[in-house]
Design a protein around this ligand. Sequence first.
Ligand SMILES: [Zn+2]
Length: 271
Amino acid sequence: MLLAFFKTTLLALAFSIPAKAAGSAYFDAHLHYNAEQTEYVKPQDVIKKLKQHNISYAAVTSRPPSLVSRLHQLAPDTIVPVLGIYQTHKDKINWPHDATLIQRLETALKQKIWRGIGELHITAKDRHSPVFHRIIKLASQHRLPLILHADPAVIDTVYQLVAEQPVIWAHAGTFPYPDLIADYLSRYPQLHVDLSVRDHRIAPNGVINDSWYDLFNQFPDRFMTGVDTYSVNRWQNLGAVTASMRHWFEQLPADVAQNIQYKNAKRIYKP
Ligand SMILES: [Zn+2]
């Protein structure tokens, strides 16, 4: 009798809770908030959107960097400020040759809010830039992860200089092939991989691909992801993009999914 009651109660509970709790903790590890977006997405809108989509933490970088400190003031428990190195759009191309940016970075780093440096866009041909090497040293001194949108050779250069530097390899690198990524993760224990904007490769038509599934299970502590709001449109679609990522997380073992959607980013960014 008691057992029957217990079973009925359990059954009722099972039907009242969705298969995956909608509010399970989520860390968006790759967001941008740039000057040209502020007219359309106000700082208050950013905070509202994050809340609306159950994003507990958001690693945000901005151009110029002052924009993200403003967001951080509005929601210090949610915004994880990442120090961008660009003042204007054209810095994205020119920065490896701009020696003045080191002084600017050193000044910005006096403000103790930063949890990472990036995103730096860099191709193999610029990997020996003295400016880049100085940034790697600064990141290492301040114990901050570096977020790199980079060719594989750039990753090798970082680890030739500082073996223990945490790196987040944006968009799973320039050549996002699971075998190549597995090779890099095996060689460099401090390398982590951000999967943003790679959803169509990871889960074509919404179904997770076998090679990626195996890769995540082989290295459950090394992946994270985010919406990568490089445009106003991406901010407007934050909910839809987050939902499509959550759809493939649900196809992974629960502990692996938890790592990718929350725990790995929390461990690396240390909010
Ligand atoms: Zn980005």
